[in-house]
Design a protein around this ligand. Sequence first.
Ligand code: CMP
Length: 144
Amino acid sequence: MISHFFGKITLSIIKPDAVKNGYIVPILYKINNAGFHIKALKMTELSKKSAIKFYDEHKKKVFFNSLIEFMSSGPIMSIILEKKNAVKDFRILIGDTNPIKAKKKTIRNLYATSLEKNAIHGSDSNENAIKECLFYFSNRDILF
Ligand code: CMP
């Protein structure tokens, strides 16, 4: 059960910009080297309707429509990652939401092109991690 991994998993999305730019492999390499275990992984594409549902918490923000357009503009890779302190450690690995502010060698510093096209997503809390993992995966998708 995905919920049994509360506190030990996070949801990542390699976003359409990074997929289009050919960064799936270098990003997975960095994630692996940082000690994260891939528990589930799939290439998928968000319909506008699914993107609106996933980003519901941002629906009042000025950038919402543009975010929905971008996230449904092409294939993405969604990944469940396991590690002790997964949420916190993964957010350190990916760097600040704004790539200009992201520390050197973080994934967003290396591969993002703008605040919106910021290459990768990481859950912001253990509660959201479980919700987001269940958005993309079912309990039967957990690999091992
Ligand atoms: P993420 O944190 O993965 O999920 C929400 C996304 O909204 C965020 O990444 C950015 O891609 C985007 N976002 C956040 N703030 C802004 C902003 N001020 N302008 C445009 N996009 C933003």
